[in-house]
Design a protein around this ligand. Structure first.
Ligand SMILES: [Zn+2]
Length: 543
């Protein structure tokens, strides 16, 4: 017993001396919209260190505006401004412990909306910020292994505490790279949470607000998706993983950001879990393997059908496999994508042509998601017709065989498609990616896993000109000669006024486009449709 005690105490002291932090943060509250953050670090031999304030992150600029009151707390320490608003210099006695503090504010007004969560969110009830948006940090010699300590002080004991490193505690030590520290999340307050432990691996989910779904449903479905994807790839994941859900007080927005060992989720209050949030979690988490684990060659636009489209397919298949959506809901999604793909203005565009054009318009960007999802669905069905296996096995095989470079290879992929399915499937995939969908269509119509069905479409929404380019230029651009827009009198180069009314994807409501024509303002009205004659493959569950 005595030996055991001695052994433990030696270990303890070793751990303690080994864990003296290089950098520590103590978070406390000043008032309902301000935090006081105390920072301590070991000064270097020169006695001078640069302090970095948040600046640009995601769509946000000038994040240093949320920081004020930089104050030196250690003896003989002086902080001075530089010619950059996001950099300060701190001078101190060489080699001593340097301590300073700063105030972090909510520097925007009103309730949380997209995309304000990329700035510090500090309310009376809770606070949330990301390393990028809220941490002031010193330049350190070793940025790869920073021994950190993070504490919360003076909060109510009923508050929840959570971050990328630990939860349900007010103090923790960890070693992390500077990059991961900045990519971490930090929060505390009146949040509801659940911790799930599987084989020593913790998943913590925290949320707040009055939501359209029960806490239990959110906790269990988010945890289930993460666990299902880890099982899919036979990986245990990090020992600790944190997920935070914050409601947005706007309409129709769903967003999520993957962080260091954490996931931040945002959705407009009133929206349910199934339509957007759960598929988004499943999609983003799947990128840990398709996209991050297995990277695409550069330029990556010609491979987006795989990295985005297959990930999109699994965002629904994982939900279906986990019982979070029904088979009909799963097939409903597939049918929706089939319709969108077959009606896409870029249906016949080769993947190679996407280089440099991917972000040009949402239709161009979505082409890879739609085509890739349908190709994944086709391969999955074709493999299942032939064997006990599925696309799941092919993907795991691809992942294994892609090492050690872990760069996606179309040659390896095609070889696997031929061996798991057949040459006809591999050929249909290649042709579709080259812009020829005839073989794909034929195979979809003869599928035996689901009952093939079809949808006849005689008209599609067509505004008749390039909406985004026109809005950007302030004048009509990209007019289609045979469109209803042209027939109604719109012409390239006409200046736009602010009298614009368009019901996107609605084929019965007239579009109203205000323009200046020969010096006169007028509004041109027309039904934004294009006559087509398309037979679109659809699928139904076998009776
Ligand atoms: Zn994605």
């Amino acid at each position: 017993m005595k030996t055991l005690f001695l052994f433990i105490s030696i270990c303890f002291s070793l751990v303690c001396s080994g864990q003296k932090p290089d950098l520590s943060y103590t978070l406390s509250r000043k008032d309902s919209t301000t935090l006081i953050i105390k920072v301590a670090f070991t000064g270097n031999a020169t006695g001078e260190t640069t302090l970095h304030l948040p600046d640009k992150w995601a769509s946000q600029q000038s994040l240093y505006k949320a920081v004020s009151g930089l104050t030196a707390l250690s003896p003989a320490t002086v902080i001075s401004a530089t010619d950059r608003r996001d950099k300060y210099t701190v001078r101190y006695k060489p080699g001593t412990n340097v301590v300073f503090s700063y105030l972090l504010h909510k520097d925007w007004e009103g309730p949380l909306k997209y995309p304000l969560y990329f700035r510090p969110v500090i309310n009376a009830d809770y606070f949330y910020f990301e390393g990028y948006s809220g941490l002031v940090y010193p330049s350190l010699a070793d940025t790869a292994h920073i021994k950190c300590r993070l504490s919360y002080e003076g909060f109510s004991k009923d508050d929840f505490f959570g971050n990328s490193f630990y939860a349900n505690a007010t103090d923790g030590k960890f070693t992390v790279s500077q990059e991961s520290l900045l990519n971490a999340v930090f929060c505390a307050g009146k949040l509801r949470s659940r911790t799930t432990k599987v084989a020593g691996h913790q998943i913590v989910v925290a949320l707040t607000g009055k939501l359209a779904f029960s806490d239990d449903t959110a906790f269990s479905s988010i945890t289930n998706i993460i666990q299902a994807e880890r099982r899919f790839w036979n990986e245990k994941g990090p020992e600790y993983y944190f997920t935070l859900f914050l409601p947005l007080y706007d309409q129709g927005n769903t967003g999520g950001t993957a962080h260091y060992h954490a996931f931040s989720l945002f959705q407009s209050v009133g929206l349910d879990l199934k339509s957007n949030l759960l598929p988004m979690i499943a999609h983003e988490y799947f990128h840990n393997w398709l996209g991050l684990g297995l990277k695409m060659p550069e330029p990556d636009e010609p491979y987006k059908w795989f990295s985005e489209g297959f990930t999109e397919y699994y965002s629904f298949k994982i939900l279906f496999q986990s019982g979070l959506i029904s088979k009909d809901e799963f097939l409903g999604r597939i049918n929706g994508y089939l319709k969108d793909y077959y009606l896409s203005p870029y249906f016949n565009m080769a993947a190679q042509k996407l280089i440099g054009r991917y972000w040009e318009s949402s239709e161009l960007k979505l082409l890879s998601y739609r085509r890739g999802l349908i190709l994944a669905f086709l391969i999955d069905s074709r493999i299942r017709e032939k064997s006990q296996g599925s696309l799941d096995d092919l993907l795991r095989d691809l992942y294994r065989q892609s090492g050690p470079a872990m760069i996606f290879s179309n040659v390896l992929f095609s070889r696997l498609v031929r061996s798991y399915s057949d040459a006809a499937t591999a050929m249909a995939i290649d042709k579709a990616n080259g812009g020829d969908n005839s073989r794909l269509t034929k195979l979809l119509f003869i599928g035996r896993i689901y009952q093939a069905d079809s949808l006849q479409v005689d008209k599609v929404f067509d505004l008749g000109f390039d909406w985004q380019a026109s809005r950007k230029a302030g004048e009509i651009r990209g007019l289609e000669i045979a469109s209803n827009a042209a027939k109604a009198g719109l012409a390239n180069g006409m200046k736009l006024t602010d009298r614009l009314s368009v019901w996107f994807n609605n084929t019965s409501k007239p579009a109203e486009i205000g323009v200046v024509d020969k010096g006169k303002e007028k509004v041109i009205r027309y039904i934004p449709v294009l006559q087509v004659d398309k037979i679109i493959p659809q699928v139904k569950a076998l009776k």
